[in-house]
Design a protein around this ligand. Structure first.
Ligand SMILES: Nc1ncnc2c1ncn2[C@@H]1O[C@H](COP(=O)(O)OP(=O)(O)OP(=O)(O)O)[C@@H](O)[C@H]1O
Ligand SMILES: [Mg+2]
Length: 249
C-alpha cells in the first residue's frame, strides 16, 4: 500500500523543483494516477500502442497531460480496463527508452502484481522503490517479489525499501521487516490522515501540506535517493535518471 501515493508525490515534488519530469501509470487496469492529481487526460498509454515503432519526443508529448500545480507530465493508464492487455511489453520498452531521452526524471507507478510490463520497466530503470507496510502478508509478498526479481537477474544495487505507515502500532516493527526481507530499510513514511484527504481533494500532499511530516518524509526520499543520486547527471544534460515504484500491497 502506498505505491500510487509515493509515485504521485515524488514525481510532483521533483517536477516542482523545475526538473522535466514524467510519471507513467503502468497500473493498466486500475490506474488512479490521473484521478489522484485531478487530471482528466484526453490520452493514455493505449495511444502509445498505436505509435509503436515510431514513437518520438513529439509523439510522446502529444499524449501526456500536464499537472499544472507542479509542472509534472503524466501519461495516464487506459480509462477502459479492457485495454490493459492491448499494451504489450514491447510498447512499454519503447516508451521508456524514448521517455528516458526526453525527460530528466521518469517515474512509473505499478499495479500490485509483477506483470510482464512491470518487469520490463524494472529492467529499464535505474532505481526500484519497494514499498513495505507493517503487516505479515505484505512483507511475505514483498519477499516473493524480491526473490522473483533476483531470479530474473535484476540488479540488487538499485533497490530501496521504504516502509509506509511505519509508525503504525500493530505489533510488527520495521526491524522485523528488515529481518524478514534480508534488506535494510532506507526510509520510513508515517501514517497521516493528510494522505487520504489530499487524494480525495485531488492534490499532492507534498505540495499542499509541505510542512506535514508525511510530506517531509517524501521530500527526503526524493532529495536523497533520487535527486542526489541522479540529479547531477541530469544537470549535465544527459537525461538519465529514472525512478521506479514497485511493491506488493
Ligand atoms: N502514509 C499513509 N497514511 C495514511 N494513509 C495512507 C498512507 N499511504 C497510503 N494511504 C492510503 O492507503 C490507500 C492506498 O494507497 P495507494 O493508492 O497509494 O496504494 P497503492 O499501493 O497504489 O494501491 P493499489 O495497489 O491498489 O494501486 C489510499 O487510500 C491512501 O490514502
Ligand atoms: Mg496504486
Amino acid at each position: 500500500m502506498g505505491k500510487t501515493t509515493l509515485a504521485t508525490n515524488l514525481a510532483a515534488y521533483v517536477a516542482s523543483t523545475g526538473a522535466r519530469t514524467l510519471l507513467i501509470d503502468l497500473d493498466l487496469m486500475f490506474g488512479d494516477v490521473a484521478i489522484s492529481l485531478q487530471l482528466a487526460p484526453m490520452h493514455s498509454i493505449r495511444d502509445v500502442t498505436q505509435m509503436q515503432g515510431r514513437l518520438d519526443e513529439q509523439a510522446l508529448a502529444s499524449v501526456v497531460a500536464v499537472h499544472e500545480p507542479s509542472g509534472l507530465y503524466v501519461l495516464a493508464a487506459p480509462s477502459d480496463p479492457g485495454d490493459a492487455d492491448r499494451v504489450p511489453a514491447a510498447v512499454v520498452e519503447e516508451l521508456l527508452r524514448v521517455a528516458r531521452q526526453h525527460y530528466e526524471y521518469v517515474f512509473v507507478d505499478t499495479p500490485p502484481s509483477l506483470t510482464e510490463q512491470v518487469l520490463t520497466a524494472c529492467d529499464l530503470s535505474d532505481l526500484t522503490l519497494l514499498i513495505a507496510t507493517l503487516d505479515i502478508p505484505a512483507v511475505k509478498n514483498l519477499r516473493i517479489a524480491i526473490n522473483t526479481l533476483d531470479t530474473l537477474g535484476a540488479s540488487k544495487d538499485n533497490r530501496v525499501v521504504v516502509v509506509n505507515r511505519a509508525d503504525a502500532k500493530v505489533g510488527l516493527k520495521p526491524a522485523d521487516v528488515e529481518a524478514a526481507l534480508k534488506h535494510s530499510i532506507t526510509a520510513r513514511i508515517p501514517s497521516s490522515v493528510s494522505v487520504p484527504s489530499s487524494i480525495n481533494r485531488g492534490v499532492a500532499v507534498v505540495l499542499d501540506e509541505p510542512r506535514s511530516p508525511v510530506a517531509a518524509a517524501i521530500r527526503s526520499i526524493a532529495d536523497t535517493e533520487i535527486r542526489a543520486r541522479f540529479g547531477d547527471v541530469a544537470q549535465n544534460g544527459a537525461k538519465r535518471a529514472f525512478g521506479l515504484l514497485r511493491s506488493k500491497k
